[in-house]
Ligand binder design. Structure first.
Ligand SMILES: Cc1ncc(COP(=O)(O)O)c(C=O)c1O
Length: 467
């Protein structure tokens, strides 16, 4: 089956031919690439005229032949064209959750780095990316690594976590946060989250630390996660951890560009971690970094990440090492992307605002925004559907979007529900369970047009109306 799932028609021209109308268009596929195609309209056309300007296509019907309803926006607000029967010759383009935004300047940076000969995990782009990251995260040191997971692993080691230790970890996160704890042979203990940011619940953390203190087994570290690009309630979390002398590793994999008051994401805690995975706010295809103000932590992490090689003419190792360093070529991409960070943040926040506007009137829908203590980076728009007025809405909406080739995703499945962690201890309030049951991540890609957002909104509104 062929489908038209374009987001917006550019330069639409309707041409008369002998017995049919041919509608030539270029379609923004929502990925930055443009696909040319055409619709052949059969003779029973009710209305047609030459049209040459941006024309948002609002209704896309998948089967063949189908009545195609085109409403013209912009210059002709509200006008609806009934244009008869359409044959659609463009394959569906998928609207992804968070595709990377790769621009010409990124390509140039990659090619220049490759041509420079610095293709290994060393070189001027790597040094430059680390300087840029230190500045962006208000930290003295940054170490660019092969992934956020690698950064978590080495960060925990640098904080002194050892085999058999316990590490308190936010329950609502991507598995990598907790996997890194297990790489060391330590045990994650999952702590539930609060409602404002979906991050570590300070009260649950306080209760756990005071109980652990009484039992004489304080955890070796706390891993606080800035989930979906919102920082944690550090005003409460950091003094607590300080009181008990427990170091904090911040998993800011998703939160580069967010803030906590005047502080940048990544600037708080003993050390923090970013990811530059393909779906993150900026990307190096795969990559991550650890940032810290502690020179010794930075030195150790850099050393371990390059196979713990000692400064000798031969390969000398006093410690076990890891091949975790970022390549100079990918760092060049990271630098080019980082230059656009604030632009990307603003676009993604605007996408969320448009979703919020479109869903405002529907009772039981909450579109997550800024937490009270900081500015969200817009990474993924997340929505909660109250299961009382809107039973099973997250699943129904996701399925309706998928039927139109639009990707949405459940929020992270809480770690305490993961089969791999079924034996792990957890401290629960029910919040992460509720967020998982009622939450949904909506497409949030930087290249999404307003028309794309409206298309998603139409599907969401229609599936909620049918509940
Ligand atoms: C919260 C969180 N932590 C850790 C990671 C791991 O980062 P990476 O994929 O770069 O290893 C990710 C994302 O992938 C993440 O979302």
């Amino acid at each position: 089956m062929k489908r038209l799932l374009t987001t917006r028609a550019l330069c639409v021209t309707v041409l008369r031919s002998s017995n049919a109308i041919r509608w030539i268009f270029s379609a923004d596929q929502g990925t930055g690439s443009y696909t040319k195609g055409f619709l052949s309209l059969e003779p029973n056309v009710e209305k047609c005229r030459h049209y040459e300007q941006d024309l948002p296509l609002r209704t896309f019907l998948p089967s063949h032949p189908v009545p195609l309803c085109v409403s013209a926006g912009g210059a002709l607000p509200g006008e609806v064209w009934k244009v008869g029967v359409a044959r659609v010759d463009v394959p569906a383009s998928r609207l992804y959750l968070s595709p990377p935004s790769i621009q010409a300047e990124d390509e140039l940076a990659l090619v220049a780095a490759a041509r420079s000969g610095w293709v290994a995990p060393a070189g001027p782009e790597l040094d430059g990316f680390e300087d840029d990251l230190s500045a962006a995260s208000q930290r003295r040191h940054a170490v660019a690594l092969s992934s956020g997971t690698a950064a978590l692993h080495l960060g925990l080691l640098a904080l002194g976590v050892e085999r058999g230790d316990e590490v308190l970890v936010s329950d609502l996160t991507f598995g990598a946060t907790a996997f890194a704890v297990t790489y060391i042979g330590a045990h994650p203990v999952f702590i539930d989250v609060e409602e404002a940011s979906w991050n570590l619940d300070p009260q649950a953390l306080a209760d756990t630390l005071s109980r652990r203190k009484l039992d004489g087994r304080l955890p070796a570290a706390v891993v606080a996660v800035d989930v979906f690009g919102r920082t944690c309630d550090y005003g409460r979390i950091l003094p607590l951890c300080q009181e008990y002398g427990v170091p904090v590793l911040v998993d800011s994999a998703e939160a580069l560009g967010a803030t906590h008051g005047a502080r940048a994401a990544g600037s708080l805690g003993t050390a923090a971690v970013f990811s530059f995975n393909g779906n993150k706010i900026i990307t190096t295809s795969g990559g991550g970094a650890l940032v810290t103000d502690d020179p010794e932590i930075a030195r150790k992490v850099r050393h371990w990440s390059t196979q713990s090689r000692e400064p000798c003419p031969w390969y000398e190792h006093q410690e076990v090492g890891f091949n975790y360093r970022m390549s100079n070529v990918l760092a060049a991409l990271g630098r080019a992307q980082l230059l656009r960070l604030s632009e990307i943040v603003e676009r993604r926040r605007a996408i969320r605002d448009r979703y919020c506007q479109g869903l405002l009137e529907i009772p039981g829908v909450v579109v997550m925004g800024d937490p009270p203590w900081g500015r969200w980076n817009g990474w993924l728009t997340t929505v909660l559907f109250d299961s009382v007025p809107l039973p099973n809405a997250a699943t129904r909406v996701r399925q309706a979007l998928e039927a139109l080739n639009i990707e949405s995703r459940p929020v992270w499945k809480p770690m305490h529900q993961q089969p791999v962690f079924e034996k792990a201890e957890s401290v629960l309030t029910g919040m992460s369970d509720r967020i998982f049951a009622e939450g949904l991540c909506l497409p949030s890609g930087t290249a999404m047009s307003d028309g794309d957002v409206d298309r998603v909104l139409e599907v969401v509104a229609a599936s909620l109306a049918s509940l």
